[in-house]
Design a protein around this ligand. Sequence first.
Ligand code: PFF
Length: 457
Amino acid sequence: MRSTFSTRLGAIAAAAGSAIGLGNIWRFPYMTGENGGAAFLLIYLGAVLCLGIPLMIAEFMIGRTAHADVAGSFRKLLPGSRWYWVGAVSVFVAIVILGFYSVISGWTLEYTWRALTNDFQTSVASAQLVTPDAQASQVLTMDFNAFATSQLPPILWASLFIAINAFILLGGVQKGIERASNILMPILLLLLAMLCVNSLTLPGAAGGLRFLFEPDFSKVTGQTVLAACGQAFFSMSVGMGCLIIYGSYMDDNTKIGKTALSVAGLDTMIAILAGITIFPACYSYNITPNAGPSLIFITLPSVFVAMPGGYFWALLFFILVALAALTSTMSLLEAEVTFFDETIGMTRRRAIMVSALITWVFCVVSSLSLGVWNDYKIAGLNFFYFCDFITSNIFMPLGAAAISLFVGWKLDRQIVRDAITNRKEDSGWYLMPLIWALRVFCPAVIFLVFLKGLGLI
Ligand code: PFF
């Protein structure tokens, strides 16, 4: 008998855990800051509402109806068709994303350790003994680059991270994923709330809030709209099949519309809170918030070095980021595991071992490609950035379009109606808008995101 989540809250915690990750805490704040603040935020909210939520409902629907792994779900719902390949490709994409995502996740463990051992402070102080006018941000940039391009340490941290994921998944759906999500998500919320309150009480916090929230419509271009859509997909984990898997663990009475709304709401709230945490802190210490990995691994440590109680806040922050990454990687690894378990026919234990091993190989190559293997390029990018590029610009939009078209046009209309109305128990008032969003609107917008991602428009 296939497992299900034991409570409705557990299902929400797990799916929200998948959605809430580095995309919220690191990517969302700088995207918002770079793209016109509140103007971007408004467009982002529109993208969550009109694209993210319909796609999330579609994924939950496929999983909850089929109760199978990603590839198996398509096969069950449309036997003998080629749609099966959409699922099979998603599993491959999960492996690729997990490969580079676990490298960054490993960095968060290293930085948690550095925060715990007060390394930021010590490193800056000892550099200033030798060169008195050395800036904290210069020292921390060198530290970060030396670490990220080194060979063994990032691989060891990422291996530990993958092992923790595998260990949680060994506990199964209820005692592994659901229990971990039920424990970790409230901790994550609490940590973020504490960090947020601290940031808001810093002198000069208002400047950071203005940066984040003051609408600058002059920065809005077609590109901004597409960037907001891309961010919504990544942040909500749609287009990848992870939510199909979590949908497959929902029991037949779970209201998928309401669940999607709760998960989207939590995901958006955490992203905004992360922005409220990061920008006021940077402004308060006159440090320019940068984009890219340097925001959390260089800029913020520079802020913590200057902040009273910085040791404590740095530690809380890196624990928060590591936990957020963990609940996201769990869903990616689970997508792999169920494929090897249910479609290939391995035992769950063996499927976990095999998935962890494949992920580990990708992760080692990704990590080394930032350092010693940096000269080996594919399409001008090293392996790490190539994986990032093809997944977020090609495979995720294509996956999202395929899922959207599948539910909109291919899936038996009665199945869709039953899933939305819970076999006529609920009103399902949003059935028609949902179907038309999935048939026309989502595929059309995704197509534009896709062309933009490839630099064709
Ligand atoms: N949603 C995650 C984040 O915001 O970090 C990333 C992610 C997880 C993307 C799972 C895709 C996925 F299938």
